[in-house]
Ligand binder design. Sequence first.
Ligand SMILES: CSCC[C@H](NC=O)C(=O)N[C@@H](CO)C(=O)O
Length: 664
Amino acid sequence: MAEERTGKRRLAPEDIYEIALVSDAQISPDGQRVAFVRTVLDRERNDYRSSIWLVDVAGGEPVRFTTADARDSFPRWSPRGDRLAFLSNRSGKDQVWLISLGGGEAQQLTRFPEPVTHFAWSPDGTTLAVVTKAETAEPPEKEPEPETDVVRITRIRYRSDGTPGFLDEKRSHIWCVPVDGGRPWQVTSGDFDESWPAWSPSGHEIAFVSNRTPDREYNTVSEIWAVRASGGEPRPVATGDAAYFFKPVWSPDGTVLAFTGHREPFAGSSRNHQLWAVAAGGGEPASLTSALDRSVEDEVLTDTAASSKPGPIWAPDGRWIYTQVSDQGNVHLYRIPAGGGEPQLVVGGRRRVVDFSLSADGSLIACTVSEPLNPCDVIVCSADGSGERRLTRVNEEFFATVELSEPEEVWLPSASEDRRPIHAWIMKPIGFREGVRYPLVLEIHGGPHAMYGNVYFHEFQLLAAQGYAVLYTNPRGSQGYGQQFLSCTRGAWGEADMPDLMGAVDAVIERGYIDPSRLGVTGGSYGGFMTNWVIGHTDRFKAAVTQRCVSNLASFYGTSDIGFHFGEHEIGGTPWEQPELYRRLSPLTYAPQMKTPLLILHSEQDYRCPIEQAEQLYVWLKKLGRTVEFVRFPDESHGLSRSGKPKHRVERLQHILRWFAEYL
Ligand SMILES: CSCC[C@H](NC=O)C(=O)N[C@@H](CO)C(=O)O
C-alpha cells in the first residue's frame, strides 16, 4: 500500500548496510576544508571500515582522502594545516599515521606495542602527545608466552564492558612523539590511568585527566593534572575527592583551564555535567553553567551513529568556550562567556550536534549533525551560528528509496499524582490509514540518565515499517530536563518512572488509532530493567522484548563492572545495608506476576549488565511455565545494538520483529 502510494519500499533490518555514518567533522585551521570520518558496515567481512574524507567549505563533492582497507579515525589537522594525523588499525592495532595534504601515501608515525587511544598536536606542530598503555615505544622482538592460563584477580575493577577478557595491569600514559623523527619519550608514569592530553598554548605543559587519589581503586574520582611536556612530576590543577572532571582545554593566553564535570563523583551520570574554569596554576574551580540546569555533554541515545570525542573548545579571542548542551531531546552547540554570563545558543534546532570544531581564527564552525530522518551530515556555519550550510548529503540517495515515519514530538501527562507532562515522540506506522487501529510498541531508554531525542533510530523506523505505532518517552530520570528530574529516580527505580510511561501509553491510546489489546514493550539496559519491571506490574502488554537487561540488583552489584559504585549510588546503599530495598526494586521479585510473553536478548560478553541477569530471569519464568525465549549473542558486549558485529546487529533486529509478529 505504502509502496503503491509513494513508490518507496519499506525499511528492512539489513538496511544498516546501506547507511553510511559520518562523524568527527574537523575544519582546517584556514577554514577552507573539513576532514571527517565516513564509516560503513562491511557485509562480506562482517566488520566496519572507515576512511577520512575531505569536503570544501565553499561546496562541492566530498572526496575520499585515505584509501586503505582499514579503520581510519580521529583526523586532526596540524597547526599549519599542511597535514593530518589520524588513528588507523592498518598495522593491526590503532596507531598514529600522518598524511600530507600535498599528496602522497600516509606514513605510520607510532609503533607502540599497545593501541593509541587519543592524541593531540603541540601548538608548534613538532610533537604529538599520545595516550597508550604501552610501556615501550617499539614492540618487543617477541611477545613473552604467558606461563599459565589461570587468572589471578586482586583488584575490584577487573573487567570493563567492551574489553574482552580481564583488565590487565598496564596503565594508560602520555607519551610525546616527535613528528619529524626522533625518539618518543614517556611523560607520565605510575599506577594511574591518564587520558585527554591538552597542550598549553606555550607548549611547555600538558594538562590531562587522571585519578591520583589514594583510594582510586574504589572511588570514581576524575581529576585535572598538568605536567611539563618534557616529563617530571605532575602538578594538581583541579583535584581531590570531590573532583569528577573531564576534557580540559586551555584559554588562548594560557592562564585558565576549562573542563567539564561535577563535584559528586559517586553520583556519576545522575548529575548534570557543568563547564568549569580554574586558574591554570590551580585553585578553586568555578562553574560557568550552574544557572543552565543542563548537562554540557551529549546524552542522546541512538543505534545509528559513529563515535567521536568532542570536548569544549576555547575561541581564539578568549571570550567564549564552545560546548554541547543536552536539552529536551536535542543536543545543541552553545558558547559560554569565559568570564561568566548568559550562555548563547549557536547551533540549535530539532537535532543532535554530534561533534564540532573551529577554524584557527574562530570565524567558522563545522559540525556533524543528526536529525530524526537523517542520521548524519556535516554542516558549516559562522561563529555565532549564522549562515549555516550543509556540506554533505551522505545518505540522501538511499533514503529517497525507503519510506520513513516522521516522529511527532509531544508532551503527554504522567499517570503519577502530579500529572507532570512527559516529553515523548509518536511514530505512526508506515501506510497509516484513518479509522484503522494499530498495535503500539513502547520503547524505554536506558541509563536511566540518558535521553531519547531528535535523531534517527533504525530500530524504531523498522517497527514503524512493520506496521506498529512506536512511542518513546523521556520519563523521570532522563537527561535534558534539569537536575531535579534527572536524579529523582534514586532509590525508586521503576516506582518513580513507570507512571510516566503508562500515562504516555494511555494518552496515545486516547488518540483513537491504537488497539489497546495489542501493546508491546521493549528497551535495553536500564530500559531492559524497566521492561521487566513493567511486565511484573501490569498485564496490559501482550508481548515484550527485554534487551541487555537487569533483573536482580543484588547480583548486579557484584557482577557488573559498575555495580559497586553506580548500583550503590542509584539504589541508595549496598545490598548488605539495604537488603529489603534491593529485593523490592529487583524485577525478579515480581517474576511470579509476569505473564507477558517475553523474549530475552543478551550478549555473552556483556560486563555492564552481565548475562547472569538474563539467565536468572529466563529460568525463573521457564519454571513458572511462562512463554519465554532466550537469545544469546556470542562475543558481543553491552554495545551490541550500536557497535556489534553487523550480522549480529541484523539478527538482533530480526528477533525483535519476529517476536512482535508472533505475539503482538
Ligand atoms: C541498569 S544498569 C546499567 C545501565 C546502563 N547505564 C550505564 O552504563 C545503561 O542503561 N546503558 C544504556 C545507556 O547507555 C544502554 O542503552 O546501554
